[in-house]
Design a protein around this ligand. Structure first.
Ligand SMILES: NC(=O)C1=CN([C@@H]2O[C@H](COP(=O)(O)OP(=O)(O)OC[C@H]3O[C@@H](n4cnc5c(N)ncnc54)[C@H](O)[C@@H]3O)[C@@H](O)[C@H]2O)C=CC1
Ligand SMILES: O=C(O)C(=O)COP(=O)(O)O
Length: 622
């Protein structure tokens, strides 16, 4: 067990055998939780302030709606963010948006029009009909901070581009589940009984009772492909209709399926035994055209297919062939690879196919639901909260965030301090962060801390803005390797962390005393009484609260130094909020850390530098 006595008398016990390395860009599975309200300090420091710094309009309550036309942007309107609603949204959602933002409802925009408008918008709300491409993010020139998808599927949003541009993407994943499931059931039943064809025939003046004899559902096997929210609801309803339901989903827990009397089976088994196959998986690179010539060939002859998920999971040409060959008896499709499909689409016009124009989510109830769900998420995100439905940012439960709040501030400030200690031209490539904590490894989520340290390091030396969404991406892009290490302390874990240490390797420092024994720039901080403190610079232990800015001076320890520097600052009316001296031994080398509320003038800083006993000093803005 290593024991270290700081010169300010703090005793730290570290056990090197319990040090764990954390991978620098560890990805943690996303589990939707309750809506995340960032603690006030965090929200302004992290999202809100970032938005303001980078010319995003701060949030105020102005009730009057103004359109997005530049002439209409008066000063009160500028105080509110602007939300572009690009597809029809339920009234409840619009009302909520209008109470907090300037709302521009512009439907059916061409891609060019969208790209032009987007540079005036802080948020964009879409459904499935708008392609939010890389070009859209590029055209927003950094202003677009949130894309809200009023529904589930986000395959129409370029998530990679959103992340690169630091734009949060949120969706409304629950409010249309039942609507989609009901539509799936409606399609199964109407396909089996030829309802659309019979209706069209009758409206054409015919009475063809023999032509439209259908098949029964009771006792038939339904394979639900994708046992998520919609798939589960379809399964429940199908069981109520007397169908035997099986499901395939590589990621679904078997006990959830068993609980409603559904067996999870392999893909092969599902498609070979089912009479009806209902698709409910997302469109991803691994599900694209998963139903193709090969899979159709394996299906039970006369199988019937329903697709309320995404057109792209079916190879549409292969489906036409399978219908013509009689392998697939009928198909009921709500979604298509290209929407709307070509007018002369063989698939749409096939006599064995019934179609609806992507109506799965289109009930009054679902549209009101998704509108409110997405408006709440977008408004919250613009205020600096993290929506529980963010799809491209790590989610951290509210209670964890609240506990970490002062450490989040500390993390950013340590990053800012450390990078300002680097001598010009050194280039920052390798950063090591060490968290000392008595909490077990899986009880400390460091993703937000890592993002804030990255923000603190990168923002002072670049024009990039960094937030929780893009921190890892920007770090990688700039060639900054950030590794994390945990030191497990003995004792009871009251606080989530004892200290955070930031080390920058392979650089020169403009304040030589910041270089530690290992040759790296090293700063360490703690939280005391809820306030972040700097506790170590290089090999020197100090204690200064990180509330304003900091002056670090190295001197030979001697009486009167605090008074001399204090007087210079006092003459300038610069308020000193904290002062501490860390020294190797009495009358030997010492580092004095001075926390100041105001920025000292260049003259005052020169006077400090001219004090004969001061060997080097640096002024660090936080
Ligand atoms: N037609 C419409 O208007 C609507 C369509 N949808 C679409 O329905 C689909 C399902 O939506 P939700 O149930 O809300 O999503 P969900 O995320 O709750 O469920 C999707 C399920 O698919 C599973 N899955 C992933 N890859 C798979 C694979 N290769 N094979 C089998 N299963 C796989 C996942 O594990 C997950 O359980 C999505 O594509 C969504 O966009 C949803 C609502 C309305
Ligand atoms: O939520 C989904 O995934 C849907 O497909 C619904 O799409 P829509 O909002 O109706 O354009």
């Amino acid at each position: 067990m290593a024991m270290e006595m700081g010169s300010l008398g703090t005793l730290r016990c570290t056990n090197p055998h319990r040090i764990q390395s954390l991978s620098p860009f560890k990805s943690v599975p996303y589990t939707p939780k309750s809506p995340l309200q960032l603690p006030p300090r965090f929200s302004s420091a992290f999202l809100g302030q970032t938005l303001q710094n980078k010319s995003l309009i701060p949030f105020k309550n102005v009730s009057r709606f103004r359109s997005l036309s530049p002439r209409a942007v008066a000063s009160d309107v500028q105080a509110k963010p602007t939300v572009l609603v690009a597809e029809k949204l339920g009234e409840g959602g619009l009302e909520l948006l209008r109470s907090e933002a300037n709302v521009d409802c512009s439907y059916n925009l061409s891609q060019e029009e969208l790209c032009t408008k987007i540079s005036l918008c802080d948020a964009l709300i879409v459904r499935s009909g708008t392609k939010v491409t890389r070009e859209v993010f590029e055209s927003s020139r950094g202003r677009l901070k949130v894309v809200g998808r009023a529904g589930v599927g986000i395959d129409n949003v370029d998530l990679q581009a959103a992340t690169e541009f630091g734009c949060l993407v949120v969706n409304a994943p629950t409010a249309n589940t039942v609507a989609a499931a009901e539509h799936g059931i409606a399609l199964i039943a109407s396909m089996a009984r030829n309802v659309p064809q019979a209706s069209a025939s009758m409206k054409a003046g015919k009475w063809q009772r023999n032509k439209f004899v259908g098949v029964s559902l009771v006792g038939k096997t339904l394979a639900v492909m994708g046992f998520g929210k919609v798939g589960t609801e379809v399964a429940r309803r199908a069981k109520g209709l007397g169908m035997h339901v099986i499901a395939h989903d590589p990621y679904a827990p078997a006990d959830r399926a068993r609980a409603i009397g559904v067996d999870l089976v392999s893909f092969e088994e599902a498609i070979t035994v089912a009479d009806f196959i209902s698709l409910h998986m997302p469109l991803t690179p691994s599900t694209e055209k998963i139903f193709n010539d090969e899979t159709f060939a394996k299906m039970k002859k006369g199988a019937r297919i329903v697709n309320v998920a995404r057109g792209g999971v079916i190879d549409e040409d292969a489906l036409v062939k399978a219908l013509d060959a009689g392998i697939v008896a009928q198909a009921a499709l709500d979604v298509f690879t290209v929407e709307p499909p070509e007018k002369d689409s063989k698939l749409v016009n096939h006599e064995k196919v019934i179609v609806t124009p992507h109506l799965g989510a289109s009930t009054m109830e679902a549209q009101e639901g998704v509108a409110v769900e997405i408006a709440e998420a977008v408004v919250g995100a613009l205020k600096g909260e993290l929506a529980a439905t963010a799809v491209n940012a790590p989610m951290v439960p509210a209670e964890v965030l609240s506990e970490l709040a002062p450490f989040i501030t500390l993390a950013e400030k340590l990053g800012r301090l450390a990078v300002q200690l680097v001598a010009g031209g050194s280039g920052v490539k390798s950063v090591k962060v060490t968290y000392s904590s008595a909490r077990a490894g899986d009880d400390l989520d460091t993703r937000v801390l890592r993002a804030m340290i990255t923000k603190g390091i990168i923002e002072p030396i670049s024009s990039a803005f960094v937030n929780l969404v893009n921190a890892d991406f920007i770090a990688r892009q700039r060639g900054l390797r950030l590794s994390e290490e945990r030191i497990l302390l003995d004792g009871s874990p009251q606080e989530p962390l004892e200290s955070i240490q930031v080390q920058i390797a392979d650089v020169e420092s403009k304040f030589a005393s910041a270089i530690s024994e290992s040759g790296d720039i090293k700063v360490e901080g703690k939280v005391k009484g809820g306030i972040p403190h700097l506790s170590k610079v290089g090999a020197f232990s100090v204690d200064v609260s990180l509330e304003g800015s900091v002056i670090l001076c190295r001197q030979t320890d001697q009486p009167g130094m605090i008074g001399t520097v204090g007087n210079i600052l006092g003459e300038e009316n610069v308020n000193v909020n904290f002062m501490s001296v860390g020294r190797i031994a009495p009358r030997k080398k010492a580092v004095m850390a001075i926390g100041v509320d105001e920025e000292p003038s260049k003259g005052a800083l020169k006077k400090i530098g001219d004090v004969p006993a001061i060997e080097e000093f640096v002024y660090l803005k936080l």
